[in-house]
Design a protein around this ligand. Structure first.
Ligand code: 6GU
Length: 232
């Protein structure tokens, strides 16, 4: 999978070199291209923003600079790309969204800063047939820019690609999996720690009973902490 990321702070994306994602990059499973938006600015101050029409606080990123940057990255030969705008006013990014995006061969993250990117940029690319456009938020809080949100989405997406994580079975039994529940609690040795014991059933060797206990725990935990995830 090729992933282009455009930002005015390309160094924010340096964690992509680390851990499992960095290893998958080294193996050729992932191909990251981090771009500095200022490379497409045309004046000598490399300006990428201006004051908002209608007034108000802060600065808005210019559509002309973003348009040049996105046109150049969209010309890559990977086939139909998905263009993602991280924004606190986007649709909520979920495990289902990660699964859908993991099917793509080419993702482009357009990371805005300040008060955001001129709204015409997303509208323009939504009207183009050679690209699919999505605006995503990673949760109900405000970040300084899209970079950290892009890192979050990239980790959630790329760990679903075969070969990126060592043990693909660990993808099946985890929170927000296809069951839509939180994961059951887990325990390891020692069996007694600071007066706390591991639930007896897990030491029983009865795999059917263990599976039933885990399913009940996942249901109870989800009902208590995240009732919004339970549909019926
Ligand atoms: Cl995607 N961007 C910013 N700036 N803030 C956010 C966010 C994204 N998701 C939640 N808060």
């Amino acid at each position: 999978m090729r992933i282009d990321i455009i930002s005015v702070f390309p160094d924010y994306l340096s964690p992509l070199n680390l851990s499992l994602i960095g290893k998958a990059w080294g193996k050729g499973l992932l191909d990251f291209r981090v771009h500095d938006l200022r490379d497409w600015a045309t004046d000598r101050h490399k300006t990428v923003d201006d004051t908002p029409y209608g007034g108000g606080a802060g600065m808005v990123m210019r559509p002309d600079v973003w348009g040049s940057a996105l046109d150049s990255v969209l010309n890559a030969p990977q086939g139909p790309p998905q263009l993602i705008f991280p924004t606190p006013s986007g649709h909520l990014f979920t495990q289902r969204a990660a699964e859908q995006l993991a099917q793509s061969e080419h993702l482009i993250f357009a990371c805005g800063r300040y008060e955001g990117i001129d709204s015409r940029v997303a509208d323009h690319y939504k009207s183009q047939s050679n690209v699919s456009v999505q605006e995503y938020s990673i949760g109900d809080y405000v970040l300084n820019g899209g970079e950290v949100a892009a890192l979050v989405m990239i980790e959630a997406i790329t760990r679903l690609i075969p070969g990126v994580i060592g043990n693909p079975e660990s993808l099946v039994e985890e929170s927000h999996n296809s069951e839509g529940l939180l994961e059951y609690p887990v325990f390891t040795k020692p069996a007694q720690w600071r007066g706390l014991e591991v639930p007896e059933i897990l030491l029983s060797g009865n795999h059917a009973k263990i599976a039933a206990w885990r399913a009940a725990q996942a249901g109870a935990l989800t009902a208590q902490r995240r009732p919004d995830l339970i549909t019926n």
